[in-house]
Design a binder for this molecule. Structure first.
Ligand code: AMP
Ligand code: ZN
Length: 462
């Protein structure tokens, strides 16, 4: 299996530290708001990667944190007259509602930053004693010049970074690129006791610390959105590797952004959508299919038209499943080795695509090719075993992506039969407007009606 590593800027063979096991850390949300569709893509991407690793037989310990203390949290709590703690409690609950609705598998652990203050103090104390950090007026800073490899993730050296960045002169720092590990308490801010006086942790130390405590000194995969490469992940590497002297994470994976109508999503442009708003109108499988229809390292453009087209694609998938399920009722016993072989060849192709840096875009195309083959080569004469195998492979390949996991058969058939009955009734009453509109509705869903002497028969269009 190959994965693209931001650290080395190339695709590498994926070899975990411990055979068969993967330790994975993903930067989670700051819990001051409902998450938006950009966050949703990042969560869905890494949920899919995790599920695919599990599909390939790895045991994955998956940690995704909640950032429940930072400037944004403090500002929002003050603006809304609540506490940072209450704000965090509320939006963690809301996170689970939306993440569950998106069929994102719960992490092995979802640590809250504020649950690790003692461990962060230990971490910072060690960095100071090793000479990597210093205290000034109750703040503690990391000394970037002390870490020789600073800049290795973002591919810049300290000089480039300094000339590129808008440096704000801060008297308390020895070097403008130094960053805060601990921030002295300001009036009205939540704070914890520490050897440097009351204060709170900086954002970067939170993730370094939780990854260390929950996954160990070296982890296999560290992931997040591309916006986190610099400075967040660069700083995490500096902190963690200075503490342990070991590699912090072997593979760094970054998910690309979602744009809306080809523009960066922002509240001021009025093109900002929460995941919840979208889930009110679209099934989670549609959202996942859309989010994964591009490779995770390429940006995707979000528009309602594209969501509608994902919806139509998903319908085609369900039509195929429903059709196979329908044949099962009267199918003869038996399996056909040639068809099984054909299905397996597509399964192998799917695995090849996913093994190549989790190329969901191509893997989804392979699923469609398989569906096309199934639609042309399988019918009511296919053996039960073959039909069941085709259905189970479609579901299996859909699982990491999060599509074709809903039940088919019963309910859809009932729904169609009810519509047909309604149409018959309308025809009897000579209400042709209604009967035609029912026929059109069914036709739009891929259902073809045929009037026979025995009554109306329906089938799914190939
Ligand atoms: P935040 O709550 O802003 O800290 O972000 C939580 C996660 O979502 C991080 O991994 C970010 O990199 C990611 N993220 C933020 N905005 C976007 C976006 N527009 N598209 C994709 N991912 C995003
Ligand atoms: Zn992080």
């Amino acid at each position: 299996m190959k994965v693209y590593n931001t650290l080395t800027r190339k695709k590498e063979e994926f070899v975990p530290i411990e055979e068969g096991k993967v330790r994975m850390y993903v930067c989670g949300p700051t819990v001051y708001n409902l998450f938006h569709i950009g966050n949703a893509r990042t969560f869905i991407i890494f949920d899919t990667i995790r599920k695919y690793l599990e599909y390939r037989g790895f045991e994955v310990k998956f940690v995704q944190n909640f950032t429940d203390i930072d400037d944004k949290m403090i500002r929002k709590a003050n603006d809304t007259g609540t506490t940072v703690k209450e704000l965090g409690d509320r939006y963690i609950m809301e996170y689970y509602k939306d993440a569950d609705a998106l069929k994102i598998k719960r992490a092995t652990v979802n640590p809250r930053a504020t649950g690790y203050i003692t461990e962060m103090i230990t971490f910072i104390t060690e960095l100071i004693s090793k000479g990597y950090a210093y205290e000034t007026d109750g703040d503690v800073y990391f000394s970037t010049a002390r870490f020789n490899e600073y800049g290795k993730l973002s591919g810049q050296n300290l000089d480039d970074l300094m000339s590129g960045a808008r440096i704000e002169i801060d008297e308390r720092k020895k070097d403008p690129m130094d960053f805060a590990l601990w921030k002295a308490a300001k009036p009205g801010e939540p704070s914890w006791e520490s050897p440097w006086g009351p204060g709170r942790p900086g954002w970067h130390i939170e993730c370094s610390c939780m990854a260390y405590d929950l996954l160990g000194e070296t982890i296999d995969i560290h992931a997040g959105g591309t916006d986190l490469v610099f400075p967040h992940h660069e700083n995490e590497i500096a902190q963690s590797e200075s503490r342990t002297g070991k590699t912090f994470a072997r593979y760094w994976l970054h998910g690309a952004f979602v744009n809306v109508d080809n523009r960066k999503m922002s509240k001021s442009l009025n093109n900002f959508f929460t995941a919840r708003e979208i889930l009110e109108k679209y099934d989670s499988e549609v959202v996942r299919l859309f989010m994964l229809s591009g490779h995770y390292r390429t940006q995707i453009n979000f528009t309602m038209e594209l969501l509608d087209s994902a919806k139509a694609s998903l319908e085609r998938m369900y039509n195929a499943l429903t059709r196979l399920n329908g044949f099962l009722v009267s199918a003869p016993e038996g399996t056909d080795a040639k068809t099984i072989e054909m299905i397996d060849s597509y399964k192998a192709k799917y695995i090849e695509k996913m093994d190549d840096d989790f190329n969901t875009a191509d893997a989804i195309s392979v699923v469609f090719e398989l569906i096309r083959e199934i639609n042309t080569s399988m019918d009511e004469t296919s053996g039960k075993g073959t039909l069941e195998y085709a259905m189970s492979v479609l579901r299996e390949l859909g699982k990491p992506i999060g599509i074709m996991q809903n039940e088919v058969g019963g309910s859809l058939e009932r729904e169609i039969e009810e519509l047909i009955e309604k149409r018959q009734q309308a025809r009897k009453e000579k209400n042709f407007k209604l009967s035609d509109s029912i026929r059109d509705e069914l036709s739009a869903r891929g259902i073809v009606l045929e009037d026979t002497p025995q009554g109306v028969r329906w089938s799914i269009r190939k």
